[in-house]
Ligand binder design. Sequence first.
Ligand code: BEZ
Ligand code: FE
Length: 334
Amino acid sequence: MPDAPEVKATSNGIPSPSFHLPLPDRPDIITANVQKLTELTPNPRHRFIFKALIKHLHQFVNETSLTTDEWMAAIDFLTRTGQKCTPLRQETILLSDILGVSALVDSLNNPVVGGATENSILGPFFTEDAADVGFGESIASEGKGDYMYVEGRVLTTDGKPIPDAVIDTWETDDHGFYDTQYTDRSHPDCRGRLRSDKDGKFGYRAVVPVAYPVPGDGPVGELLLLLGRHNMRPNHLHMMVEAPGFHKLVTAFYPEGCEYLRSDCVFGVKKSLVVNLKDVVDDEESRKRGFPRGGSFKLLQYDLVLLTEEQSVTMRTGVEERYTTLGDHKSTKS
Ligand code: BEZ
Ligand code: FE
């Protein structure tokens, strides 16, 4: 016999409600009961979100006539997805990515505003430890891929230069791996942090991005196989731009011509982010720009247009109004 516990098991302190729920003799009464209890949620935004979640989740179960085995398989899948996560591997975000939820949340929260550079999903490979890279320097060590020069300006929506903006940029090497995917990573590579100059200009050497697969050795990889979907991202170069008083831009550029451009497994591509890489076949120009082997290189030119914080708040307010008037009950964020 186990020792008698010294402390009595207690509730979380929330009293039982002033009403009694009908004991369900039909499935729809279960849904109504859950919604009635959810009405008690103190925070209006939380109440709104969870009422919508329960409505759609229960609707999904009804609509699909979900079997017990299917629901248990889903629970097993979600359990394994969580268990696959480590400080370096985020399988749950990957699930959100391949279901298009990351891209949808990103799009709703960063609406298109005339002229501003559009967002694209961050992905799991940004790191804080990128080295500072001066104007015209390289983010990639020699041999990491074909030469590419990236240049442009950081601008306001009315075309004024933004000096001293911090630009983080990262990409895979020509094997399709980020530096963090190598177990023997000794220093950051194919990533760098630079600043726009007094005219808002930036320029750096990089490598031509290649298409690569998102991790396929976990539950999300299994799900993609089950769905008959590939796990490839089209080739791209990530950029994140920050400047005081401006809304942080997280984006990526996708060279045209990639076979995966229109079936990105994480739905990150937007029309305005598809770029043309110019072929520069000029050995002298290549050496002048600092490419050690000379020869030809690709040129990516793009101006990064940032919203002020004020512009971004105005845009987001419109989105929030849409969020909070959907469904049965209005709510406000608090
Ligand atoms: C990426 O582009 O780095 C990425 C985005 C989503 C999932 C995996 C990778
Ligand atoms: Fe990426």
